[in-house]
Design a protein around this ligand. Sequence first.
Ligand code: ADP
Ligand code: ASP
Ligand code: MG
Length: 409
Amino acid sequence: MALIVQKYGGTSVGDLERIANVAGRVQASRDAGNHVVVVVSAMSGETDRLLTLAKAIGDVPPPRELDVLLSTGEQTTIALLAMTLEARGCPARSYTGAQVRIQTDSAHNKARILSIDHQTLCRDLKEGYVAVVAGFQGVDPQGSITTLGRGGSDTTAVALAAALDADECQIYTDVDGVYTTDPRMVQTARRLDRLTYEEMLEMASLGAKVLQIRAVEFASKYKTRLRVLSSFEEGPGTLITSEDEIMEQAVISGIAFNRDEAKITILGVPDNPGIARQILGAVAERNIEVDMIIQNVAQDGNTDFTFTVHRNDLQRALEAVHKVAAELSAREVIGDDKIVKISLVGVGMRSHSGIASLMFGALADEGINIQMISTSEIKISVVVEEKYLELGVRALHDTFELDKPPAEG
Ligand code: ADP
Ligand code: ASP
Ligand code: MG
């Protein structure tokens, strides 16, 4: 008997009719002879609604209490799904994260899973129950409820699949797989049959929110077969797996984009050893993560220094930088949140040259100015003005012919 972990996202459990649709799928998988563990998200919009309530009380809600509040979204869904399954004659038991002892650290609102006690679930499965587990939540060593960061139900599902040594972890969502880019932006985007863990990790890290980054990290670490599928239509979905299981490898597998970054530029900084440390040190002291960094070649002993942070951190980062800039007698500090990062991803880049120039040429042909560039073995990212996002993504999708399947051989 195979053991399958299925995860259903917010849209898939958005109302009772959709929950009934999910129950039908779960029951069909069980009737086909599988042991099934189901992980669910909160009903669509619920986590946002709860967040808005909390923020109406205070701008920065106490993190521990915020987790108590946010976890109720998933708790509602597990009960509704278990009731629906029972009503259909499918024995089911629901569990919160704490009840199945999904142990996490104490980093409220962005906790990491440390361990899972799978005994309760195994017992239920043996007795013929479907186990319905709340995604996105766990419990810390003090017994406090924690949550795993937005999109965290994906991570619950993969972590459970790894702990239970499941045959497959199926992520059911509102698209029928992982596409060459967000199909809501580019209509010619193509569903990928397969993708490596490494590529999916880059896509997720660079902004494709179809899977939470941590979920892909878990899957890669434990070699969990991970499949993204639609809750609303049949189809093979996208399998995320090891490189050796992929026969036809495209040079570029996809384009990701991120609207969440902002850029800070410090003009006219004296070009002395240690300035990068001084500027970035002041930002790091405030626990702000920096993504891309560039420093220009010095002219007349002065240089310009630019880096990006999450948009939510822009104001705090600017405060830190203004202070250092004054100490360094820098000429000016500029904050810009009207930027986006567009990235090309593909393991085939390792063995192909000329990708970067093709990319930069495609953007130049559309009159899009590149403000920053960063590369790794399997990705090239550029920062451009926000208004060029769609144009840039579409131009790259066309240039690299991502609407067509990779040529054979
Ligand atoms: P869920 O609520 O099921 O977790 P999400 O909204 O988190 O669903 O993720 C699914 C969404 O991810 C899709 O609706 C799609 O707009 C977006 N998305 C972004 N990039 C991609 C991509 N490359 N392939 C598929 N979907 C993508
Ligand atoms: N409900 C949580 C969120 O909206 C977790 C999830 O859906 O994965 O982020
Ligand atoms: Mg999601």
